[in-house]
Design a protein around this ligand. Structure first.
Ligand SMILES: Cc1cc2nc3c(=O)[nH]c(=O)nc-3n(C[C@H](O)[C@H](O)[C@H](O)COP(=O)(O)O)c2cc1C
Length: 369
């Protein structure tokens, strides 16, 4: 069956990025939308990710001699227009015909980093060709088959991807009820898997399967040794994604992690886990600026970015709202979402007397009473 999705290429109206979800919902079939928007089990963690930002308040400051706040920063030496990057997300083809080929251009136009998922609907090469100048990270779901791991890492290196993101929180799929209710399976091939399957006469293409079945075929027994193995093989920085416990940090850094990506996968894995933001400060204390921290899960406002940076993150990653932009406006829609975050963050910076991103990091948040 042919899968029909958006072909829109146009600017989009944004009041706030969370409100875009409702506009996308009416464009999509319930199974595909549920896969994107849904979380695990009772979705307690999914909801808490957004509401937890209310646990801290931002303190206005006055007479701080600030005008035109400067959002620029850098990560691994890559210049960014703002402390906001793209989270890796599987299957952008569900929301737009051009899939990751559009997203990478939209993110590039916003002046920041695109992260490609192993389970994307465009290959490592296609994404690189769609936007050679956009800085890119490659997110690895490690396979049990090291030949696959080497083959795909070779491509990421050859195509100039700047870092490898090792996702560590998804050695099996969370219990996602929407996927079960709709019996959701991917209508399109995951093109990296499909390319490997055609090279090796395999049959793992992602198409026609649910995410839980796909995760089940990846490597479950991930260990600290995998960090060094990827580093030695690629000579690229390795970020470990899906970190939620401060107790994991020392081991990860000793094992060679070049960056810690604090995330609970947007509430899609362990329901009943704390909101990602609630774990950030404790993690940042242990990291103690030894390596950069990327933060995601629940970021819907410039204010959330401000609070994450003031709690120890160096940059935040945008997940679902980026897809809503892609669905509604293609390349321009993606750029518009990132620019909207920048607009809100600029207001927060001005009103808190923060001239630079470093000033945000020094800002004192107030505990909610
Ligand atoms: C539909 C969907 C697919 C995702 N696919 C991946 C993936 O392939 N690899 C990965 O590391 N994280 C994946 N994630 C998690 C995101 O990188 C990010 O952690 C999450 O979207 C943040 O939550 P938020 O979207 O609510 O802000 C996915 C998230 C969503 C919503």
């Amino acid at each position: 069956m042919t899968y029909h999705t958006s072909t829109q290429e146009r600017p989009i109206d944004i009041i706030n990025v969370a409100a875009l979800e409702e506009k996308v919902k009416v464009n999509m079939e319930p199974g595909a939308f549920g896969y994107l928007a849904g979380g695990a089990e009772s979705e307690i963690t999914l909801r808490a990710n957004v509401t937890s930002f209310e646990h801290k308040k931002v303190l206005p400051r006055v007479l701080q001699n600030v005008e035109n706040p400067d959002l620029r920063t850098s990560l691994f030496g890559i210049e960014l227009s703002a402390p906001i990057i793209a989270a890796p997300i599987a299957a952008h083809g569900l929301v737009h015909e051009q899939a990751e080929k559009d997203t990478v251009q939209g993110v590039g136009a916003a002046g920041t980093i695109f992260s490609l998922s192993t389970y994307g609907n465009a290959t490592v090469d296609e994404v690189a060709q769609a936007s050679p100048e956009t800085p890119k990270f490659f997110q690895l779901y490690m396979s049990k088959d090291d030949d696959f791991n080497h083959w795909i890492l070779d491509k990421a290196v050859a195509d100039g991807y700047k870092a490898i993101v090792l996702t560590a929180d998804s050695t099996l799929g969370g219990y996602r009820e929407s996927d079960i209710i709709h019996n959701f399976t991917f209508p399109l091939p995951m093109k990296n898997l499909a390319e490997w399957a055609s090279k090796t006469a395999g049959n793992e293409r992602g198409e026609g399967e649910g995410i839980a079945a796909i995760y089940a075929k990846a490597k479950q027994k991930l260990s600290l040794k995998d960090i060094k193995a990827i580093k030695d093989y690629t000579h690229l920085p390795v970020l470990v994604k899906g970190v939620q416990s401060a107790d994991d940090i020392e081991d990860l850094i000793q094992a060679g992690a070049d960056g810690i990506w604090v995330s609970n996968h947007g509430g899609r894995q362990l329901d009943g886990a704390p909101a990602s933001f609630d774990n950030l400060e404790d993690i940042a204390k242990v990291v103690d600026k030894r390596v950069p921290i990327v933060f995601d899960s629940g970021v819907r406002r410039g204010q959330h970015i401000f609070k994450a940076l003031a709690s120890g993150a160096d940059v935040v990653a945008i997940g679902r709202p980026m897809l809503w932009g892609l669905n509604l406006g293609g390349i321009q829609g993606v750029t518009d979402v990132f620019n909207h975050f920048k607009k809100e963050l600029t207001i927060d910076m001005q009103l808190t007397g923060s001239q630079t991103v470093e000033d945000i990091k020094k800002a004192k948040l107030v505990d909610a009473k």
